[in-house]
Write a protein that binds this ligand. Structure first.
Ligand code: C2O
Ligand code: CU
Ligand code: CU
Length: 462
């Protein structure tokens, strides 16, 4: 467990407990209290000390997703905590206020265990606060809801099921899709709310599912921030496309609502290439009962109380937001995705090779570069880079969408991101600056089954 922390105070010790077993062995009831992992609250400028105890029967790591930390505390696959062993890590919180998260990152000779271990419950939210955010007096307390979206499958006895049988083969290509969606480890709920504004902090903690977040009454989604914290100004979109590992910070104002009024946050339907369209054949091969692109509810809000709240949506959020800036001479590094029949996806024809770094995967400390992700495959790939937050500088459609035509107007490319969705047929350019720390980091697809099957590489800052 963790407790809210004061600036400068050391963080609480927390530990992984209980055994993990493959297949239908973990029933949901006993793990509900800590499924997903507990919320960790940190303040910018604080020093964190964590002692990580591995009580699992296999290697694990703890990766602080989105945080700008030195390589040796980044929880990378080359630094596993062995069963029964401990690791202590210390780092300073240099990141902007935002919703981040933590999850395991082990990768052995037979592939990664990120998908399985995260699925089994070793992932949780990490909230950073800072003075800029505090100054805005955004809704907090019970007016701030943290929502972790994860799709899961259950056996008849309510045991969690990961990948088995034909489904495993299918999931290797498309990623795991569960039969139902859980919000904070529970079936979606309806909450009683009052006539005032709310702030929703949403993490897509799913292995592979992409959400198309919208309001049931058609009102626009008002976005305050993304992975790396607040935007310069709020944005309004008809819907928000949230890829695995991404976060979105949403403002919703119910000040004018009537008592008894209801509003739902839904994931709206979209067309999803072969993942959605395989019909009976797909079902036979283990397609989920809730295919990609299905519509479902995530959160119900029922207005039950009147409240006066002086808050209104700030017109400016973070005036100091400074994404890496590029010029016409900023060097461009190109990464092309490919598919290897039955062996998963590749980046520039390579798959994961442990800490091995190729000549074209070395960057210079202090440099700003453009990385160009080219997706000529049939699947979307949410690309994540460790150790920093980047800015999207260009998104271009190269070919058709290969059966994924519906998600592009919900992509929030503003602000700072650590994960960017590259849809089939797209080329996306991001600007990154490699600051402060030398050494090895990784970049990979955050579809956890793609990552576990090799769509991951190390890069070196030198
Ligand atoms: Cu969530 Cu390698 O990261
Ligand atoms: Cu990460
Ligand atoms: Cu991928």
């Amino acid at each position: 467990d963790t407790v809210p922390l004061l600036p400068g105070a050391p963080s609480e010790v927390w530990r992984y407990d209980g055994a993990l077993v493959d297949g239908p062995a973990n029933t949901l009831a006993p793990i509900n209290a800590s499924y997903p992992g507990p919320l960790i609250r940190l303040c910018r400028g604080q020093r964190v000390r964590a002692r990580l105890e591995n009580r699992l029967p296999e290697d694990t790591t703890v990766h602080w997703h989105g945080l700008h930390v030195p390589p040796d505390v980044d929880g990378q696959p080359r630094l596993p905590i062995k069963p029964g062993e401990n690791m202590s890590v210390t780092f300073d919180v240099r990141d902007r206020a935002g919703l981040y998260w933590y999850h395991p990152h082990p990768h052995g000779p037979d592939g990664g265990r990120v998908g399985f271990q995260s699925y089994a419950g070793l992932a949780g939210p990490l909230l950073i606060e800072d003075d800029i955010e505090r100054g805005l007096e955004l809704p907090d307390g019970d007016q701030q809801l943290i929502l972790i979206l994860q799709d899961r499958s259950f056996a008849d006895d309510n045991a969690l099921r990961y990948m088995d049988g034909m489904g495993a083969m299918m999931a290797r290509m498309q990623g795991f899709l569960g039969d139902r969606v859980l919000v904070n480890g529970r079936p979606p709920q309806t909450r009683d709310v009052a006539t005032r504004p709310y702030r929703l902090r949403i993490l897509n903690g799913s292995n592979a599912r992409i959400y198309k977040l919208a309001w049931s009454d058609g009102r626009p989604v008002t976005v305050l921030g993304t992975d790396g914290g607040l935007l310069a100004k709020p944005q309004r979109l008809r819907y928000v496309t949230l890829a695995p590992a991404q976060r979105i910070d949403v403002w919703v104002d119910l000040s004018d609502a009537q008592i008894g009024q209801r509003l739902s946050l839904v994931s709206d339907s979209y067309r999803a290439g072969m993942m959605g369209g395989m019909g009976g054949m797909g079902a036979m091969m283990g397609r989920s009962a809730l295919p990609a692109g299905a519509r479902f509810d995530l959160l119900g809000l029922r207005v039950t109380d009147r409240a006066r709240d002086g808050r209104s949506l700030p017109q400016n959020l973070d005036p100091e937001l400074s994404p890496p800036s590029v010029t016409r001479t900023t060097p461009i590094r190109r990464f092309e995705f490919g598919m290897r029949m039955m062996r998963g996806f590749s980046i520039n024809e390579r798959q994961f090779e442990g800490a091995k770094v190729a000549d074209d995967e070395i960057v210079a400390l202090g440099d700003t570069e453009i990385w160009e992700f080219v997706n000529d495959t049939m699947m979307p790939h949410p690309m994540h880079v460790h150790g920093l937050q980047f800015a999207v500088v260009e998104r271009r459609r190269m070919t058709d969408r290969r059966g994924w035509p519906d998600l592009d107007s919900g992509l929030v490319d503003a602000g700072l991101l650590d994960t960017v969705l590259v849809l089939p047929g797209e080329r996306v350019r991001i600007a990154l600056t490699f600051k402060d720390f030398e050494g090895l980091y990784i970049y990979h697809c955050h579809n956890m089954e793609h990552e576990d099957n090799g769509m991951m590489r190390y890069y070196r800052v030198r």
